[in-house]
Write a new protein. Structure first.
Length: 133
C-alpha cells in the first residue's frame, strides 16, 4: 500500500524539527573527516576567519504550502562565500549545521579538489531543507 503524507503533516514536521532553528553554513578542510564525522569535529576543521572568510548564519523560516505541487516546502537558503578583501582562502568541504544540540551535521558537501577563492572571487550556495515528500 502507498500512502501520501499530507501537507498538514509536513507543515507540522517542519515546525517541530526546523522552523525557528538556527543554521550555520561553513567551510572546512577535510583532513581525515568524512560525512560520518560529528559537528564538533567539523567545527574544529572550519577554516580560520582570516583572508575574508565568514560563515553564513541565520534562522530557518516557517516555509509555505506550494499549492501547485501540493507540497509543504522549506524556505530556500542561499548565500555566498568570498573575500571582498584580504588574501583569500581555500576549503574542500561545506557543512550545514542546524541548532546547537545536534551532534551530526545536517549535510556535508565534499569537493574532490580544494576550492580556492582569491580576493574578489565568490562561491555561491543554495539549498532547501528536506521536509517534503
Amino acid at each position: 500500500m502507498t500512502f501520501t503524507i499530507t501537507p498538514g503533516e509536513l507543515q507540522y514536521e517542519h515546525g517541530l524539527v526546523l522552523s525557528g532553528q538556527s543554521y550555520k553554513v561553513f567551510c572546512a578542510t577535510t583532513g581525515t573527516l568524512t560525512i560520518a564525522s560529528t559537528v564538533t569535529q567539523w567545527e574544529a576543521a572550519e577554516i580560520a576567519a582570516t583572508g575574508g572568510y565568514v560563515a553564513a548564519t541565520g534562522t530557518i523560516a516557517a516555509g509555505a504550502l506550494n499549492t501547485t505541487t501540493g507540497r509543504w516546502e522549506s524556505p530556500v537558503i542561499s548565500g555566498q562565500f568570498g573575500p571582498a578583501s584580504g588574501a583569500g582562502f581555500q576549503f574542500d568541504a561545506m557543512i550545514i549545521k542546524i541548532g546547537t544540540a545536534r551532534t551530526r551535521p545536517y549535510a556535508v558537501r565534499l569537493f574532490p579538489t580544494p576550492i580556492v577563492l582569491a580576493s574578489g572571487q565568490t562561491r555561491g550556495f543554495q539549498f532547501t531543507f528536506g521536509v517534503k515528500p
